[in-house]
Ligand binder design. Structure first.
Ligand SMILES: Cc1cc2nc3c(=O)[nH]c(=O)nc-3n(C[C@H](O)[C@H](O)[C@H](O)COP(=O)(O)OP(=O)(O)OC[C@H]3O[C@@H](n4cnc5c(N)ncnc54)[C@H](O)[C@@H]3O)c2cc1C
Length: 1136
């Protein structure tokens, strides 16, 4: 086929049959433009974002790269990169070596007949061990741990491909470096996706797991192995800013942990498992300070990987260096830092230096180039680069990663389809952009509190995006806007129905909470206390006491029930809050909502939906319908109320891509509580830029498009047997490990053969989980005729039987064109996008485009007037269920699902790993969930290849005398630095011996009047909560009591509040006095210390300066800071 692959310095050129050259990485680098003009407010704060100024800048006008390294080497990812149409060119070109390269193909979409979208056009249709001084002895064998998988095979990866062009076959089947089609890429680690993103330390509860499903411990709970002690060419605190008060630094660290899905005050479950034999409870605080400090470095500039050196520099004492290093490994491997399109410079430099002698090299084949597949492949590349030395020490080259994708495009269910229509005048923001609409994934559900897309999209790719204005107008079927008061009333009733049904939800497993000292963490201080009992020893000692709980029940968080409080109109997701489901009697609750009870109905009247829940085929739909029907007997519900209620049901069916009669009563919102915060947003010019960014930055991944996989042969038994992936055209690839991200719909369809067949525990989970359809009808107009001040509007639909008060009559109609998005600002053209949810989604697959467009037009004319709505100039209708590479839209909790089915989907079998949105129990059916699952799978593969994180013993060197410290620093390899450090220690010892330690600041008392009030009225609040409760619902949860206290405070008279205000004021004054005294004492101490220092230095002159400043001051991280890209109120307003 005339395709030639050449590999030089990691950059690949593909010569197509036409002899044209597809742009290489270097070309891409050249064409990337900078968005360094973005605002860079400080981390975690709400500051204006200049969304629009990140739009396509002309590459030619890009300024000099601010990240030129000392040796002049260019560092691409250190700029915020903006994807432009120009950069998309390569992304859209078919990058398969097996197809004569259609270079510079702009829109290589919908090739195969299987593509999902039916169009109709009406008019025209690390591990760089750069720190380790004496390298640890090479370990020829991988550490023997709980590795269930085959040991590394002696043979190198092979492509058995009679149909592939000879040069590629040669390249891929040779074991040496000559083949390295991928070669140097970068990126990194992964997240334990099966665990809640809620930052707690959940206990591993296996009770509900299907008996036959083996749990490979190496993945869920890495057991640390002991490592030789490293030596670090770093000084303590070198990564701490010198220009920031400690308390402010602490605020930034806490915010960074929260932005990384970790609780700043608690150990994550894996950290607990990793450290419980190595640190004590009191040492948890110092560990958390270091961990949060490393996260701060990452969050402040995610364009450059954090190095081990920088991480270790977050420790304030050399004794903690190994702890920081272990923490760094954990954060890297689990994808909390150094993930996405990040430049890993030091490791890259090192890997370039090493000789490329021919050595064995393993292959990982990732199936599917959606967000999970690309995320996983990118992560693996990064991990292999960072841990390249580990592979080399074993006599191997870092493994290669190949992605096989069935379609002729990237992104899978993230697909921004380009319109044929062009605007008369191209808006400035779209100069280098495509005019697209989102066929699949569209809304980013908030960037705050740990969404990895925040780092990817805003911190690394610098993509322009637009917050969705949440205001929604609901139009009734006759086109009249619904009265907002009535709308609110009905929505409350609907939420109450879901609240009552929540009682039957799966109970979340209890979480283990190992907490640091919150006060010290808030102040950025480490714990001075030293206890020698490790966490395990303390737990076991406690468990040995008479009548004491076992270790597994110690430090357990109280069980929290989440109850629905509101509905998200843009996504259909239910917002929840801790509470007691169905606490109040229905009539009383209805009254509190503002409903009038029917005549003769007492406040004690209640609903009985136990019979509905007892039905063997009970679903969310069947039980909710029963609750609604019974409410009809308590309050007067009109046909319009039913239409409204069913609009909300359609919204819920949208978020689950199926009729709610197909949803599990127990599991329908299994992901509750994991929502991000911040505005919902959409990417301007197409969400697909994100998968394209993952594909290309910082160096291109090896993705073979048009390679539909038909068979996967894998090994289950831990032998060294290679896996084999076969494509429909006979192309075959041998792999050491396979990561399967093929959608659940395709797995359900059975079109991919597994050899051996998937075990029943996996197959049963595939069968039990749901995979439904959400479709879209997209209409392009010449001019907007709708309300451009809104991004969303809804339309209530008539039931089949007009004025019906029977839920059955609403099911087929409620989801038809029920929700409309005005996507003009993100598409660049006047475009409306309508959703077809629930039964309507399935119906769309069978209805012809003309009928759908006619129905849409009728609805719009009903809302905006007959004459105002013209025919659209272009339309696109999605049919995801007919797409052979998706077979539906996204996963849901099928009626028979088990609590751990998503985790079961994630569980590997031998050398076959799984990722994809359907493997994420915490964020299923989403783009971010898919991406996180890719990080998780990459982490699992690395753990299996390298073994678990090695933890030196003892992890923390016992406290020593300054004499022994002096000896140690003197032994370090930099004599000047060692001398300086020893001198500082002597000086410090001298000062403390003379005048003692500097006085500590007085602790801050409570100075908030409300805090005093709520303490004093806690019992009243609890009693009020429990008034009118249903039997068995007596106890109010802590959150309910808090909410009630807040309400009571709001309602309290000035007279009631006065004593608490007075108390608060007094406390403030006492504290102010104590602070003033402390400042004086501190100043006096400082003066004396300075005098003593001068005296000591005069008597003992200091050594020449070591010449090392804070890494932050001097280092690359400070040269380019993305201080924050957090969402902000202000930014939203600006966009409007
Ligand atoms: C209509 C719709 C609206 C959505 N809206 C949102 C939203 O607003 N927000 C949100 O967060 N999420 C949304 N989602 C969900 C989100 O798009 C998906 O959860 C996510 O993109 C899934 O990513 P993935 O990598 O798991 O799967 P995919 O993106 O499907 O990737 C799997 C890849 O495997 C490939 N493949 C399939 N079969 C084969 C084969 N035999 N051989 C080789 N390759 C194969 C596919 O072509 C595909 O590229 C929406 C989805 C749809 C369909």
């Amino acid at each position: 086929m005339g395709t030639t692959w050449r590999v030089r310095n990691g950059n690949r050129k593909v010569l197509g049959g036409s002899g044209r050259v597809v742009p290489t990485t270097e070309d891409l680098k050249e064409s990337r433009s900078r968005a360094s003009s973005r605002a860079s407010p400080s981390l975690g704060t709400s500051t204006p974002q200049q969304h629009s100024n990140t739009f396509s800048q002309n590459p030619a006008t890009s300024g000099p790269n601010p990240h030129e390294s000392a040796d002049g080497a260019k560092c691409i990812a250190s700029e915020i990169v903006v994807w432009t149409e120009a950069t998309d060119v390569d992304a859209m070109s078919v990058d398969s070596p097996r197809s004569p390269s259609p270079a510079l193909e702009l829109e290589p979409e919908v090739g195969p007949e299987q593509e999902l979208v039916a169009e109709s056009e009406i008019k025209s249709e690390a591990e760089s061990e750069h720190v380790a001084s004496p390298s640890p002895p090479p370990s020829p064998e991988p550490p023997a741990m709980l590795d269930p998988l085959p040991s590394p095979p002696p043979a190198s990866p092979q492509i058995i491909a009679p149909t592939i062009p000879p040069p590629l076959a040669v390249a891929l089947s040779s074991s040496g470096s000559s083949l390295s089609v991928t070669s140097e890429h970068s990126d990194l680690s992964s997240v334990p996706e099966s665990q809640s993103s809620k930052a707690t330390t959940p206990v591993d509860v296996d009770s509900c797991k299907e008996a036959a499903a083996p749990v490979p411990q190496v993945i869920s709970q890495p057991q640390p192995s002991s490592a030789p002690r490293r030596r670090y060419d770093v000084r303590p605190k070198v990564s701490l800013p010198t220009d920031l008060p400690l308390a402010e630094y602490a605020v930034q660290c806490i915010a960074a942990a929260e932005a990384s899905r970790l609780n700043p005050y608690y150990l994550h479950e894996e950290e607990y498992v990793m450290l419980r034999d190595h640190i004590s409870h009191t040492q948890v605080t110092t560990y958390l300070n270091i961990r949060n400090g490393i996260l701060r470095l990452w969050v402040r500039n995610p364009q450059i990987a954090v190095t081990r050196e920088e991480a270790v520099g977050c420790a304030k004492d050399t004794r903690w260096f190994d702890v920081a290093s272990v923490c760094f490994d954990w954060l890297v491997r689990r994808g909390f830092i150094n993930f996405g399109c990040v430049e890993i410079r030091s490791a890259r430099k090192q890997s370039i230096k090493e000789s490329p002698s021919a050595r064995k090299r393993k292959t990982i084949v990732v199936l599917g180039a959606g967000m999970s597949g690309l995320g996983c492949a990118r992560q693996l590349e990064g991990l292999f680069l960072q841990y390249s030395k580990k592979f080399r020490d074993r006599g191997e080259d870092p493994p290669m990663v190949v992605v096989l994708e069935g379609r002729n495009r990237l992104g899978g269910r993230v697909y921004s389809k380009a319109f044929k229509t062009r605007p008369k005048n191209i808006p400035e923001a779209f100069k280098d952009k495509r005019f697209t609409a989102e066929m699949g994934g569209m809304i980013i559900t908030g960037f705050d509190r740990g969404n990895p897309l925040n780092i990817l999209l805003r911190g690394q790719l610098g993509l322009p995006y637009r917050p969705l204005r949440p205001d929604t107008t609901l139009y009734d079927s006759a086109g009249k806007p619904v009265d907002p008061v009535r709308d609110q009333l009905v929505e409350s009733l609907y939420n109450d129905c879901l609240d009552r049904v929540s009682e039957y939800k799966f109970k979340q497993p209890p979480s283990k909470l190992i907490e640091g000292n919150r006060d010290l963490i808030d102040e950025g201080k480490d714990s001075a206390a030293e206890t020698h009992k490790t966490i395990r020893q303390t737990e076991e000692a406690a468990a040995a006491q008479p009548h004491a709980p076992p270790v597994s029940e110690q430090n357990i968080a109280p069980q929290v029930n989440l109850v629905p409080i509101s509905t998200d109109r843009a996504t259909g997701r239910i917002h929840t809050e801790p509470g007691t489901p169905g606490a109040l009697r229905a009539a009383r609750k209805a009254k509190l909502m503002g409903w009038s009870l029917k005549q003769g109905v007492s406040e004690d009247a209640d609903l009985d939906f136990e019979p509905a829940t007892k039905q063997p085929d009970a679903t969310l739909g069947s039980v909710t319908d029963s609750v609604m029907a019974q409410y009809k007997d308590l309050v007067d519900l009109t046909a319009q109320d039913y239409r409204l209620m069913n609009w909300h049901v359609a919204n819920l069916e949208y978020s689950n891509a199926t009729n709610y009669h197909q949803l599990s009563l127990q599991g329908w919102d299994i992901d509750a509580g994991n929502e991000w915060e911040g505005s919902h947003t959409m990417v301007v010019g197409g969400y697909q830029s994100v998968p394209r960014g993952l594909m290309h930055l910082p160096t291109p991944l090896d993705v073979r498009q048009k390679s539909p996989v038909s068979k996967i042969t894998y090994s289950t038994d831990g032998s060294s047997r290679m896996a084999m992936v076969e494509c429909e055209d006979g192309f075959r690839v041998e792999a050491d490990y396979v990561v399967n991200t093929i959608p659940l719909g395709v797995l359900k369809h059975g079109s991919i053969q597994f050899d051996p067949p998937l075990p029943s525990w996996k197959q049963n989970a595939i069968d039990r989980l749901g995979f439904g359809v959400l479709n879209k009808v997209i209409l392009v107009y010449k001019e907007p005729f709708w309300d451009m001040s809104r991004d969303i509007f809804g339309v209530l639909r008539m039931p089949t039987n007009r004025n019906s008060l029977d839920q059955k009559d609403y099911a087929s109609q409620r989801g038809r064109f029920f929700q409309w998005f005005n996507v003009t600002e993100t598409s660049g053209l006047p475009v409306l996008l309508a959703l077809m949810a629930g039964d309507a989604g399935f119906d769309t697959e069978q209805t012809c485009n003309d009928d759908l467009v006619a129905e849409a037009t009728t609805i719009l004319r009903g809302v905006y007037g007959e004459t105002k709505v013209p025919d659209p100039v272009e339309t696109v209708v999605t049919r995801w269920a007919s797409d052979k590479f998706a077979r539906g839209s996204y996963s849901s909790a099928g009626p028979n699902m088990k609590a751990d089915d998503y985790d079961t989907m994630a569980r590997p079998i031998g050398n076959l790993f799984f990722a994809g949105e359907h493997t994420s129990g915490t964020h299923p059916a989403t783009v971010h969930g898919a991406y996180l699952s890719g990080l998780r799978a990459a982490s699992e593969v690395l753990d299996v290849m390298l073994g678990p994180i090695e933890v030196p013993t003892p992890l923390i060197i016992p406290k020593e005398t300054s004499q022994s410290l002096k000896r140690k620093v003197a032994e370090s390899k930099d004599p000047v630095r060692a001398q300086a450090e020893a001198y500082e220690i002597e000086l410090w010892d001298y000062i403390v011996a003379q005048i003692g330690l500097r006085p500590l600041a007085p602790s801050r008392p409570a100075t908030n009047a409300y805090v005093f009030y709520s303490k004093a009225h806690h019992e009243d609040a609890r009693r009020k909560c429990e008034e009118g409760r249903r039997p068995g619902k007596g106890k109010a949860s802590a959150n309910e009591v808090r909410v009630m206290s807040a309400k009571m405070w709001r309602d309290a008279t000035e007279e009631t509040k006065a004593p608490f205000m007075k108390l608060a004021e007094e406390q403030k004054q006492v504290h102010a006095g104590a602070m003033a005294a402390w400042k004086e004492e501190g100043a006096a101490w400082d003066r004396k210390a300075t005098e003593l220092k001068v005296k000591y230095e005069a008597e003992h002159p200091p050594p020449p300066p070591a010449g090392s400043a804070s890494l932050e001051e001097e280092g690359r991280r400070s040269k380019k800071r993305v201080e924050s890209y957090a969402e902000s109120e202000v930014s939203d307003i600006e966009m409007e």
